[in-house]
Ligand binder design. Structure first.
Ligand code: ADP
Ligand code: MG
Length: 391
């Protein structure tokens, strides 16, 4: 199965191409607060414009649940795109019009203002299909959702003899993450952190079939440590997942996969910038304290393992990185990734924010734009937005 790309689009000069982008970006007062996803879509947009196509761009933004929500229009992202490209972008308010202005670059309003988007409604997809001669999907972050703009729409385009292909961003994601599924250079080490083990059990399970070592941090480490009989004080723990976690640890042991949990933790009584901190054994957190970051010894242990890795995958911060006092573990691990010669990939909204905050984007070979989509892809699942573009 291979992915159809812009190379398979044929002659598009003078044609209108529908481009599903992922402009699901954080806003502040309607303006774009972080434009990484818009920047990531520029190669596809400029290539299509250079080839003489006119474009209609569309994205979802947040969760308006099928209703118009003034705080979630795509006007701000369209404005940012105009600044980045240095050319006009015609923004069209909801609802999707029957005919578009003849401008070279048109951007629709938030697709999720229409209930048909999340319902994968063929009637809504049909209205989108009316607008274009060809379809390009560059929204990796939405590829795991069977929604109209990434599923029913490309189906309709193909059924009517029009092209439906992946843009350059989606193509690169599939190439990089696909290689991690197929034949990663070894040792292959995954670093997993974040808040909840329940969000990530499926990916941990799938990774155990592929990696040589798993390094665990973040609040999910507490659940692993507590399931194994450790004392985690007031730390965030998911007690209802102990059985799942024990089964996962047993599977890892069977397969000879090394699972490392933190030896030490930075703990405090509350999640606040100036709460007094203590470095304590991660399996003996004093009563009344919560583990909020991995400790310096753990960073050293993980750095030693990462130094020998040939492939590294990272998802989920090692601690409450949003507060400077609990960000050292995440930063230390990011620096260790940068110091290794491994091919390194990081995904996840908060993970990317943590790396940007530390100014360590350059430490990674690939920053995946998909949060949930990257994880589902790495679980080896078929993503609806990708399968439709294969063959
Ligand atoms: P990503 O978005 O990269 O997939 P997650 O959403 O799974 O990451 O987790 C990120 C969140 O986990 C952050 O908000 C961070 O503050 C939180 N977190 C990490 N470690 C801890 C901890 N020890 N206790 C509480 N929250 C934590
Ligand atoms: Mg997150």
């Amino acid at each position: 199965m291979s992915l159809r790309t812009l190379d398979d689009l044929g002659e598009i000069e003078g044609h209108r191409v529908f481009v599903r982008v992922d402009f699901n970006v954080p806003l502040e007062g309607g303006a774009v607060a972080d434009d990484a996803r818009i920047l990531a879509s520029l190669p596809t947009i400029t290539e299509l414009l250079d080839r003489g196509a006119t474009l209609v761009l569309a994205s979802h933004l947040g969760r308006p649940k099928g209703k118009v929500n003034g705080a979630l229009t795509t006007h701000g992202p369209a404005e940012r795109l105009r600044e980045l490209l240095g050319r006009p972008v015609t923004w069209v308010a909801h609802p999707v019009p029957d005919t578009l202005p003849p401008d070279p670059l048109v951007m629709l309003d938030n697709l999720r203002f229409d209930p048909g988007e999340e319902a994968n409604d063929p009637a809504f997809a049909g209205r989108l299909a009316e607008l274009a001669d060809a379809y390009v999907d560059d929204a990796f972050g939405a590829a795991h959702r069977a929604h109209a703009s990434v599923s029913a729409l490309p189906e309709l385009m193909l059924a009517s003899g029009r092209s439906a292909v992946a843009g350059r961003l989606l193509q690169r994601e599939v190439e990089v993450l696909g290689e991690l599924l197929r034949d990663p250079a070894r040792p292959y080490v995954a670093i997993l952190g974040g808040a909840k083990v329940s969000d990530k059990l499926a990916v941990i399970d799938a990774l155990i079939d592929r990696v040589d070592a798993l390094l665990i941090g973040g609040a999910m480490a507490n659940t692993l440590i507590a399931a194994d009989g450790g004392e985690v004080g007031e730390s965030l723990v998911e007690r209802d997942r102990f059985d799942d976690v024990r089964a996962t640890l047993a599977k890892a042991k069977n397969k000879g996969v090394l699972i490392e949990v933190p030896q030490d933790a930075v703990a405090a009584a509350e999640i606040s910038l100036d709460a007094p901190r203590q470095t304590v054994p991660a399996a003996a957190i004093p009563r009344g304290l919560k583990a909020l970051d991995i400790g310096p010894r753990t960073v050293e242990d993980y750095a030693r393992i990462l130094a020998d890795a040939k492939t590294i995958l990272w998802n989920g911060p090692m601690g409450v990185f949003e507060l400077a006092s609990f960000s050292a573990g995440t930063r230390g691990v990011a620096e260790a990734v940068g110091a290794s010669n491994a091919f390194s990939v990081v995904g996840g909204g908060d993970s990317l924010a943590a790396i940007a905050q530390a100014g360590l984007e350059g430490s990674f070979d690939h920053l995946s734009t998909g949060g949930g989509a990257s994880l589902e892809y790495l679980e080896g699942r078929a993503l609806p937005g990708i399968t439709i573009l294969e063959g």
